[in-house]
Design a protein around this ligand. Structure first.
Ligand SMILES: [Zn+2]
Length: 411
């Protein structure tokens, strides 16, 4: 059992220019019984290695449930009068606007547990009987804020670092939400950050405070939009620029034009692979020759669950399975999830990234300019040594880091 008194929360402070919110946060913070209750809930969830905490308003009670493995389990039942303060406590920790009720909000905070940071993502949503809070717990001890710790194989890592060393250009980090892209982007910024450089970021949400980096995010209450912030960041001509969302044409245009200056631009994009990421820039209306010459590379990634080494079970994969995934080594040993006390009977502890580095060659550039299909662009990159995501996945499966099912489910 984890002693809740040993938990310490790390939160984003965001009340410097909002005295009303600051006052209310202090008031909420003084309700020590709610603080203690919330600490107990988090400690219990961590002890059971829950992946989610649900705090739900109901007419007779506030129901607290944990997701353990695939199932939701009832963990606690609180008096309805505690609900508001409990949700406020979550809002305070996740640096949300506590003055706002009845709107959806999302925020992040961390909890320190035995010298280790566990990241928590909180999502608040209004319902007719009160706000529902969902907290996702991310036990990502494997993903450090250092490019070398992300879990890339040495050859990919070396190539990726070479791209980061280039004097200018656009580097895209692609994947779907929840694939660990932000962690990778922050690791890139850490790699590029040194006191002789100016590093700026524009993000829709600031996940971590990065010392030495000028981070900005939109502020509704000041009519400060993402695009306003990005324009200001570009005007300041930083040496390194990070763009947290490359999801519309105005943003993509600014990103690319900034990347032709003397700076590396790192952009987070929603795309399944490098070919799709580059083509989505064309779909946003950017000229092919600019995309072809401005994009240095695209790192695509997925997040899979990491097997618990204490209880994983070795097996010999069936030959037909190996044939299906294109592996010709019948001597391979794979592992499947077991279940033990260390992993809360789930068979998994934390996560692990799968990576594919797409570096445009001359053929890729030709294909982009002639607006070829994603398959053709991808095939052109594969000709010069692109290691497919699937390959990286199978490699990690054969090392017992994750299961084949985890990899296949996310390709
Ligand atoms: Zn285990």
């Amino acid at each position: 059992m984890i002693d809740f008194k040993k938990l310490s929360f790390v939160t984003q402070k965001d009340d410097r220019d909002n005295p009303q919110a600051a006052r209310q946060q202090q008031m909420a913070a003084q309700d020590t019984s709610v603080i203690q209750k919330f600490d107990e809930i988090v400690a219990a969830a961590l002890a059971k290695r829950a992946s989610e905490i649900h705090v739900e308003a109901m007419t007779e009670q506030t129901r607290v449930r944990f997701r353990i493995g695939k199932q939701l389990e009832e963990a606690d039942s609180l008096e309805p009068k505690l609900h508001l303060n409990l949700v406020n406590r979550i809002k305070v920790l996740a640096a949300m606007d506590i003055t706002k009720r009845g709107v959806a909000q999302k925020g992040y905070f961390k909890v320190k547990l035995e010298e280790r940071d566990v990241e928590l993502v909180a999502i608040i949503m209004p319902t007719p009987v009160g706000e529902k809070a969902l907290i996702k717990i991310q036990y990502r001890q494997s993903l450090g804020l250092n490019v070398s710790q992300l879990g890339m194989y040495p050859n990919i890592l070396q190539e990726f670092k070479k791209l980061l060393d280039r004097p200018n250009g656009l580097l895209l980090i692609a994947g779907s939400p929840g694939s660990g892209r932000t962690t990778t982007c922050y690791a890139c910024l850490q790699e590029l950050n040194d006191p002789s450089k100016s590093v700026a970021s524009m993000e829709s949400q600031i996940r971590y405070d990065l010392p030495g980096i000028i981070q900005s995010k939109p502020e509704d209450r000041h009519d400060y939009s993402f695009l306003d912030g990005l324009r200001a960041s570009v005007d300041m001509e930083p040496d390194v620029l990070y763009i947290g969302e490359m999801n519309d044409d105005a943003i993509a245009r600014l990103a690319l034009s900034a990347a032709f200056g003397k700076r590396i631009v790192v952009g987070r994009i929603n795309a399944s692979n490098g070919a799709n990421a580059m083509l989505s820039l064309l779909d946003m209306g950017l000229p092919g020759f600019l995309v072809a010459s401005g994009v240095l590379g695209v790192l695509s990634q997925r997040l899979v669950r990491r097997l618990c080494e204490n209880c994983r079970q070795a097996y010999r994969p069936d030959e037909t399975v190996l044939a299906e995934i294109g592996v010709k080594r019948p001597d391979l040993t794979f592992f499947r999830a077991g279940g033990c006390d260390q992993c809360g009977q789930t068979g998994f502890i934390g996560h692990l990234g799968l990576f594919e580095l797409f570096v445009p060659n001359d053929r890729v550039r030709e294909k982009i300019i002639s607006r070829a299909s994603a398959a053709e662009v991808y095939a052109a990159a594969a000709e010069t040594g692109l290691v497919p995501l699937r390959h990286d996945g199978v490699r990690k499966v054969s090392q017992g880091l994750t299961t084949l099912e985890e990899v296949l489910a996310r390709l």
